[in-house]
Design a protein around this ligand. Structure first.
Ligand code: SF4
Length: 402
């Protein structure tokens, strides 16, 4: 794995990715001017830009200048309150030109010449029913399409959003203002977006994601409709290697069996944090309504019935102490559940009044731990080029010595 110099500190690609994702960066206007016509690089934060390190590692590109303007443009009190944390959101990273190429800088030193994915007109498109792709879906890295939140989060609307979740904060604000929650995205729209992403952007992985719900049957109706719409198109199914579901763990396990019958590749019931006392504050709805027990029950059910790494649980990397993260990731891995790792982006929302991410040592320990668990328990994340913010595929490459 390639090494880089950040002044006097040597880091590898995973550590560099975690630092850059968690701190965001400034993007020189010249980079937009030179590359936004030919590459997937847009000033709209909803497009979730990324860049590719010279060894192929995918990295989320959050332009802090636009991100702060975006926050201030959203006229809700809860979002405006975030601006008081703006001083914590300084970053040493920037994307600038080095000769004719985009390059990642740390302070004023060039760290790596990077590349940007090729441009498509994905973000300019609408579905046949008039739904805009942008704001509902994002291309991630070179082979993923993801949906921000296909159905609303009822836990957030009930006043218990996860502290780090931007969508959850929006649902809570809508509910507090007694405004209706948006309807779930219709299945034909989802199929159309995925079809376009597969044909024009080379996508082979799909993340089906929605909010947490009180009624497992109602959530299941959405999920079944999405899976049926995707499975009904043979040519499309042939192009998709990974179809990931992120669900509220249902009390009826039969629903899980139905999802696998409809071609789901893997199912996540994400705990986000292992430290239960911390989780009560940071993920209050998940702890109070779904409960830790049901999460673990459904995850182990999937692993026992469908095999290793068919169940996975995301952890937000950087919020809890390393020791409790290690305990949780080990507990799951020993039971055949893949612990996945998504780098905390504090610029989304403060957690317990804090927007300061951990240092490189924390990320290094996480990398070593997860690599050991993946090898020891034979747990393999999806074999794609990687996601913008998640690092499990990058860690697997490290574990395999690639
Ligand atoms: S349950 Fe999911 S969608 Fe709802 S606030 Fe938490 S992370 Fe966001």
């Amino acid at each position: 794995m390639k090494k880089y110099k950040l002044q006097n500190t040597e880091v590898d690609s995973i550590e560099l990715k975690a630092l850059a994702v968690s701190r965001g960066m400034k993007v020189d206007k010249e980079v937009y001017r030179r590359f936004s016509e030919t590459c997937r690089l847009d000033m709209n934060p909803l497009t979730c830009n990324c860049f590719v390190l010279s060894d192929g590692t995918i990295v989320q590109l959050t332009d802090m200048g636009f991100h702060l303007k975006y926050l201030s443009g959203i006229l809700s009190w809860s979002n405006l309150k975030l601006l008081k944390y703006a001083s914590q959101l300084t970053t040493p990273f920037s994307l600038r030109l080095s000769g004719d190429s985009p390059a990642l800088f740390y302070e004023d030193e060039c760290v790596d010449i990077v590349s940007l994915p090729p441009r498509t007109d994905f973000y300019q498109r609408k579905t046949a029913s008039g739904t805009r792709f942008v704001g509902n879906s994002v291309l991630q890295g070179l082979d993923w399409v993801s949906f921000q939140c296909l159905w609303p989060c009822e836990y957030a609307a009930s006043g218990k959003p996860c502290e780090f979740c931007f969508s959850g904060g929006d649902f809570e604000t809508l509910a507090r203002k007694q405004k209706p929650l948006p309807a779930a995205l219709p299945a034909p729209d989802v199929a159309e977006i995925v079809q376009y992403a597969a044909e024009r952007a080379g996508v082979s992985g799909v993340q089906i994601t929605g909010g947490s719900t009180f009624d497992g049957q109602a959530e299941a109706e959405h999920i079944r409709a999405y899976l049926a719409a995707l499975a009904g198109d043979d040519a499309l199914r042939g192009k998709l290697k990974e179809l990931l579901l992120y669900i509220t763990p249902p009390s009826d396990r039969g629903l899980i069996d139905g999802y696998f019958e409809l071609s789901a590749s893997r199912i996540a019931c994400s705990l986000e944090l292992w430290d239960l006392e911390l989780a009560k504050t940071v993920t209050p709805g998940k702890v109070a309504y779904t409960t830790r027990e049901r999460h673990l029950d459904v995850l182990t059910y999937i692993a026992e019935k469908y095999g290793k790494a068919k169940a996975f649980s995301n952890f937000i990397i950087g919020i809890e102490p390393f020791e409790s993260l290690r305990e949780g990731a080990t507990y799951l891995a020993e039971r055949g559940v893949l612990p996945s790792a998504s780098v905390w982006m504090p610029m989304g929302r403060p957690v317990r009044g804090n927007m300061t991410p951990p240092g490189v040592d924390y990320y290094r320990r996480v990398k070593e731990l997860f690599a050991e668990l993946y090898v020891k328990h034979d747990l393999s994340p999806p074999e794609t080029r990687g996601l913008n913010v998640c690092i499990e595929r990058d860690i697997m490459r490290y574990a395999l010595g690639e």
